[in-house]
Design a protein around this ligand. Structure first.
Ligand code: BES
Ligand code: ZN
Length: 460
């Protein structure tokens, strides 16, 4: 028998899409200070949505962007669920690669195109709309529901951690739900039980006081660009193994069962090459592509700057060179250990006449969540009801820094229920979210409250 909320979802589907478009029109780019007012508008927009549902809403100011906290605590004795998400988005460039402008949401082929469509506004709104359907039809929710929606996820969640630390009682819950990941493939919804962590650095080298003529001085004075290229080039060997001392010491290896499960997903390298328009793949020897992406640590240069980049040629020996680089971590590596190892590695390879500064940006450990829990079973049932097919279990390679903080400070595990698709273009041009999945996800979320609500023995 269809639940009362199901017909409400059908009746209001068009408005749910229009409301998502309203949110997507606000360019809430957290990394760019010129968008400060827009991030505030995006925070206020979602606060307004939650307020309209009758939730108690607070806008918490931080040194960065505001945090929105909202709660509905009317389900006495039932479990308490905390939904976390983010209203901030990544910068939209390269702008000229967008078919329609990033902050003018456009519908094409059943998708909504805009920056933030899948990461993460579209996914966050599914839970708000599921709560709306319950409250407007039943007048109540079957669970106690808390929302924590921040504006700094894409820049490392630095102001959220102190908020969580200072508000443990307020945030107390039985389970956390985050929709900020992807399905395994179209028609194959997934529950993600592992995420990689991150350790992000900037390395700055300085040589002579100013740029020099490379003919006059080249060969006698260390060139910071040469030095940086050599130092960074040595970080990963021919086998794809990272050379930072102690890097693999605490890595939790893949279990034979996981390797079997990944292999059973019938992943196709050729498909990936086609999707990414590359002629081949590479990575750590002895691991499959899914293993490399989901469960092995990596090192990637994210930006590289030195010398002359203008038109034509200039024979210069640059006085400076710098790089941004990040490591994706797996349990039980820590950003602090990686930083120590990186400093040792780079310092010992610094040539004479070159000095180095290493800036550590954000960091977070990787996570694995338990597979055996009543909440996991509830999520499986809810997704089967929403998507018409049960979810597969996956790990993912991206990072959501606050998940490990939640575990550490609140002692609570997270259900990562991702509604996006891997080809959604998160962080790139033409980001999209499938509208049919938006509606399936809202339905799944509404069923999730129902299934979690049936669980007894709530502890908070
Ligand atoms: N939604 C992503 C996280 C994600 C991406 C999880 C892909 C699983 C698969 C999130 O918004 C994100 O991009 N996070 C950043 C975190 C970083 C800035 C600390 C990331 O992973 O780069
Ligand atoms: Zn995200």
């Amino acid at each position: 028998m269809p639940a009362p909320f199901e017909s409400y979802l059908t009746e209001h589907a068009a408005r749910f899409e229009d409301e998502l478009c309203q949110w997507l029109r606000i360019p809430s780019v957290s990394a760019i200070s010129a968008h400060r007012n827009d991030t505030r508008r995006a925070a206020a927009w979602v606060a307004g949505q939650l307020q309209a549902l009758g939730l108690q809403v607070e806008q918490v100011e931080t040194p960065g962007h505001p945090i929105i906290y909202a709660e509905w605590l009317g389900a006495l004795g039932a479990p308490t669920v905390l939904v976390y998400g983010h209203y901030d988005v990544q910068p939209a460039d390269p702008l000229d690669e967008w078919i329609t402008p990033p902050f003018e949401p456009a519908r094409r082929e059943g998708n909504i195109y805009a920056r933030g469509a899948t990461d993460d506004k579209g996914q966050v709104l599914t839970h708000v709309k599921a709560a709306e359907a319950w409250l407007r039809t039943a007048g109540k929710l079957p669970v106690n529901l808390k929302f924590l929606i921040e504006g700094e996820e894409e820049v490392g969640s630095e102001n959220l951690e102190p908020f969580v630390a200072a508000n443990r009682d307020k945030l107390a819950c039985d389970v956390i739900v985050i929709s900020d990941t992807a399905q395994y493939a179209p028609g194959k919804p997934a529950i993600t039980y592992g995420l990689r962590g991150i350790a992000y650095f900037e390395v700055k080298l300085r040589g002579p006081a100013k740029d020099l003529h490379s003919g006059i001085f080249g060969g006698a004075v260390s060139n910071p660009a040469n030095a940086l290229a050599k130092m960074l080039g040595g970080l990963v060997d021919e086998q794809g193994r990272i050379q930072v001392p102690g890097f693999y010491d605490h890595v939790v290896p893949l279990t034979p069962r996981e390797r079997e499960q990944f292999a059973a997903l019938n992943y196709d390298d050729a498909e990936l090459c086609k999707q990414l328009e590359v002629g081949g793949l590479s990575g750590e020897a002895g691991y499959s592509t899914l293993e490399r992406r989901w469960a092995r640590p990596t090192c990637d240069i994210n930006g590289l700057t030195s010398g002359y980049q203008g038109e034509g040629a200039k024979t210069v020996l640059p006085c400076r060179a710098s790089a941004k680089l990040s490591f994706r971590l797996v349990p039980n590596q820590t950003p602090a250990e990686v930083e120590r190892g990186l400093r040792t590695f780079l310092q010992s390879r610094l040539p004479p006449g070159v000095t180095m500064e290493i800036v550590a940006h954000h960091g977070a450990p990787g996570i694995l969540t338990p597979l055996e829990s009543p909440y996991m079973a509830a999520a499986e049932q809810a997704i089967a009801a929403g998507f018409g097919t049960p979810p597969v279990l996956v790990r993912e390679g991206g990072s959501i820094p606050i998940v490990s903080t939640f575990k550490e400070l609140l002692g609570v595990d997270t259900l990562l229920l991702g509604w996006g698709l891997n080809d959604d273009g998160a962080h790139g041009p033409n980001e999209k979210f499938c509208l049919a999945d938006y509606h399936r996800a809202i339905k799944s979320s509404a069923w999730l409250w129902e299934h979690i609500g049936r669980l007894k023995g709530a502890k908070k």
